[in-house]
Design a binder for this molecule. Sequence first.
Ligand code: FES
Length: 657
Amino acid sequence: QTDPLILFMPSGKRGHFPVGTPVLDAARQLGVYVESVCGGRATCGRCQIEVQEGNFAKHKIVSSNDHISPRGPKEERYDRVRGLPEHRRLSCSATIQGDLVIDVPQDTVVNAQVVRKAAVDRHIERNPAIQLCYVEVDEPDMHKPLGDLDRLKVALEKEWGWKNLLIAPHLIPQIQKILRTKLPDQPEVTEGKWGVTAAVHRDTDSSRPFITAVYPGLKNEAYGIACDIGSTTIAMHLVSLLSGRIVASSGAPNPQIRFGEDLMSRVSYVMMNPDGREAMTKAVREAVNNLIGKVCDQGGVDRHDILDSVFVANPIMHHLFLGIDPTELGQAPFALAASGALQYWAHEIDIDINGGGRLYTLPCIAGHVGADAAGAALSEGPYRQDKMMLLVDVGTNAEIILGNRTRVVAASSPTGPAFEGAEISGGQRAAPGAIERVRIDPETLEPKFRVIGVDKWSDEEGFEEAAGEVGVTGICGSAIIEVVAEMYLTGIISEDGVVDGTLAARSPRIFQHGRTFSYLLRDGEPRLVITQRDVRAIQLAKAALYAGVKLLMEKQGVDHVDMIRFAGAFGTFIDPKYAMVLGLIPDCDLAEVKAVGNASGTGALMALLNRGHRREIEDEVHRIEKIETALEPHFQQIFIDAMALPNKVDPFPRLAE
Ligand code: FES
């Protein structure tokens, strides 16, 4: 007779174990991540599981409550003190009695704190670099002169198997006080010994583990932050490292904008001002610290309970944040000071979290393709695909990655700020009041709009009323794409992007504007006009993006892509059909074009919650081939061809469909 079969969901991992094996031990042996802080004393409640009911014929096992041991005295005690839902069990206490299907809940909320809806809707298998380990340390004995810290290490080795532990130096003078602190509200923590919880950090299996924090009694929560430092916006998630839940998410403007709107002007600021680098480093670190304060307030978390942090950023933001002079990134050969992943104590970067808090930055792919692109690559995984995936993150620089399981290539293209609404008359960033959608009637050439924050279409007549209190402030990047595409579809502009002046006879919306013609989008206040210059700015931006993509397609030897992923805010609002009408992206099945939001931030989150993902992206970044578009001899020609709508030479068969 074989041992019972255990299946863990949602991972699907399974194995046979002898009757009487604690479920937690089975999970460990199968590599299923089940948290445990108390080391199986049935006091932390972190190891909760659910026994699934029903007939699991597919897996040839049937769960029933007879197949798991009944609640023992330890579990009953936990239920009395902390409360254990009826359908939940403590996997450290419950033992296997027969075939079982076990559900490992992803939301074990022990302290009933406020938990917001997950901002990132995906399951991330957990294996954080931080582990909380409760131990009972022997009290001192005159005959055994081993120091307090050393007895803590002995206990951590005996109970948790940690060998060769190092300790964060700031803890050494505090350790005696922490060990001698008794917590009156923890009756279940054993009397007579010093119960403490140590946070142990180990990033790689080969690196020596560090004790980074020690708390009196049972400490049942630890947090991490995942942060994406963009040139314009800093975005952050605050996450429970023990349950994987996102507790709060927020964003703030990058205050470096006052030193220069785009990346290159910030590099120039460093070059022209002797203390420019310091000033910008200080500004971004302050903003990150303020944002930590904000997410902690939102989540009701003490910032000193943050023990780990992961950052992604484009190369220049990455360097400035870490206090590295970015001057070399401003000129060929665009040398990064460090391209690999980096590890710091957070306080070395002036980040105000726990004194032993760690800081990890994802690797940069190239001088123009940063740790943010690496984060997006980790999140979307072109290298995990059989099909050819195009991943683009459009900002003032478009970061482009194209590849599949076999080969991945990456480049950046200087799209400029036109897609973000800058440099366009009436252009603005996406915000309430900005026009986000535009349609033009092919007969009358009259426009219809939709404004962010107002959920209905309107023509100019009913516009004020429709916009209501939100009002109209300008036109955002996604609408600029649409209006130019609609102008093309209705014949207002030619394939070369020239506004057709003869239409002025047909509609007052086309009017002469100096030596060229413009289209009057809105006659109210503010008056919104699409000028010939605006159309050119969009053509230049889209040609830069497309030319970068095309070069990568040539490197891959493909004439089409199978799927397109738009990362970043731009992609969230853009209508893929219009992007294709303009020839911004290559021809692709529209069902395979998707916006994936802040993929860089999701990548940072994955690296925070699972150190395996850190190794994954560190390895992949080595394999990604970097292409410097400016050095490719025929880049200019591809670029010029791409100025036409949708393209002078490349076919877009799907547009005809
Ligand atoms: Fe702590 Fe089970 S491991 S309650």
